[in-house]
Ligand binder design. Sequence first.
Ligand SMILES: *Cc1c(COP(=O)(O)O)cnc(C)c1O
Length: 351
Amino acid sequence: MIQMVDLAGQYRSIKPEIDAAVAEVLAGGEYILGRHVEAFEAAVAGRLGVTPAQCVSCSSGSDALLLSLMAIGLGPGDEVITTPFTFVATAGCVTRLGGVPVFVDVAGDCNIDASLIEQAVTGRTRAVISVDLYGQPADHAAIADICRRHGLAYVSDSAQAFGTPLGPADFTTYSFFPSKTLGCFGDGGMVVCRPDRAESMRQLRAHGSRQGQKYAYDRLGINSRLDAIQAAILRVKLRHVDSWIARRRANAAIYDARLPGWNPQKPGRHVYHQYTVVTARRDGLAGRLAAAGIATAVYYPQPLHLQGCLGGRGACPVAEKMASQVVSLPVHEGISADEIHRICELVDHAE
Ligand SMILES: *Cc1c(COP(=O)(O)O)cnc(C)c1O
């Protein structure tokens, strides 16, 4: 059986380091925020080339998005332009604050089509949220330029793209959900932003309490702090993540060579959180692989402009087509070249 992820296998490969890190936290008696969380924030800062003050960990990637919009004071009726072809959290944070997600269609590479953003800007637009789908960075430079010209905040939902160079967004958010390329053993997330914004973010993640004054509140925040155990685990995994990404890229290169034209994304800065192919015969292909003991997954079968609970608007025909034709193949660091060749053989024959 070849799975989409092998989290237990990954744990076994670094068990002594993880066990020692967790034991240290348990013995230390400091379980939420504290020195392990600070050490992890500093380690990520080193990896991304920013200062530790700019890295604010929190409870999840979803909260990282919510905190970013809270920091800019998003409120009822405010519009946020985003992609419909993503996980629900990307737009859910907008609706939760009373805002309206305005969906702009994706391009052939499955990321938001930057050339369509400007015509969606109205007098009520406050921000743009792009997504680095499957680990391929969106067109950050073009989107940042549009945001600058229209005075909009730019949030980059990089939940699937830890390991790519930090882009020009005002807020870059990460998820450490277990199956993400850098994942913990529970929920976790982070926002990377300017130091002054980071300071208000640290308040917002702790109920809004004023720094150093535990029971005084400048504004109402939420409870969204990272556990020390998760931070300690993440700090261990951070030492390995570049070698895992290298393995994912090598696996993706085998797929690219064997199945030219099937994956519409570009290598380069891509970290291959998912290796996704587009085919009109998606369901037949997935069934054939399942019968051979190979797992696949569809991210995402239903685009967000069709999810009524989000209250968004926008026509997105390309996203609808992608939702019916994409399928992701196993690409994680625990898969061998031989296994990839076997998968390609089955994919070839499915056509
Ligand atoms: C995983 C993911 C999130 C949510 O992260 P959680 O840590 O699960 O809350 C948000 N956006 C995208 C694109 C994701 O893939």
